[in-house]
Design a protein around this ligand. Sequence first.
Ligand code: YZS
Length: 259
Amino acid sequence: MALIETARDGLIGTIVLDHAAKRNALSSELIGEICAALAMFRVENLRAVVIRARPGVKVWSAGFNIAELPEGHRDPLGWDDPVRHLVREIARFPMPVIAMVEGGVWGGACEVVLACDIIVIAPTASFAITPAKLSVPYNISGMLTFLNAAPACTVREMAFTAKPVDAARAFDLGMVNHLVPIEELESVTYGIARDIVANAPLAVSVMKEQLRILEAAHPVSPEGFERLQGLRRVVYDSRDYQEGLRAFKEKRKPRFEGM
Ligand code: YZS
């Protein structure tokens, strides 16, 4: 695989993000490779999976591949977009998926990490929710991932400011399971994976699925759902959305007008 590496140690599988040149931006190609690796691990009946980047990275992942966002008048983060696929694959993977994180985690990658079952981070990790930087209408199930992972007031602050939350704060807020010194990142992560695979796989798998269903149990009326979609459309139909994409490609600050 060109953009990731995979490894196995007993019943534990590892996926290493390995596209440093693009800061592990979540292109459809990279996500396709992660999903293929998860599918392979599923067939091999592995009982825990670790998703990580190469040791020492400054950026764990720069988020959605901005070059692939549609130019306008089309939902950029619809049901079929690659990040949504990946989040669903992680949630539906029958065994726990552990994110092992050092470095910055941006936008869609922040959602991917928060969708993992267990998160272990080093002091260099940071997390940013970035749609307001680009004028992107984040999608509804993605907002739910954030709300399930952090207190609502934290999600608001992160979404409205788009500023990264550092490792210590992420840990204090309960967004991640463990914050450990960099030298212990691997031993703690794989120690948790070994504890999991020593347990009864059917019970673990069923509890994961129970929790997934319960976390998603937020009924929305048809009218409420249509309003949520309509609100998003205001953003992706706007000039600001096109300006956000153009500014990123031209490597300049965007000039947003609110329309
Ligand atoms: O110029 P080249 O070809 O070398 O490519 C550059 C960047 O353009 C590319 N790159 C990306 N390409 C596509 N999508 C991205 N998200 C992305 N991020 C980076 O990687 C090459 C190296 O980037 P540099 O900027 O030179 O690297 P560096 O100086 O180390 O800075 C790293 C960061 C991560 C700080 C910087 O690349 C950055 O600010 N990237 C954008 C971070 C971001 O805003 N991500 C959110 C993407 N949006 C989403 O996930 C959602 C759609 S949303 O917006 O709704 O949250």
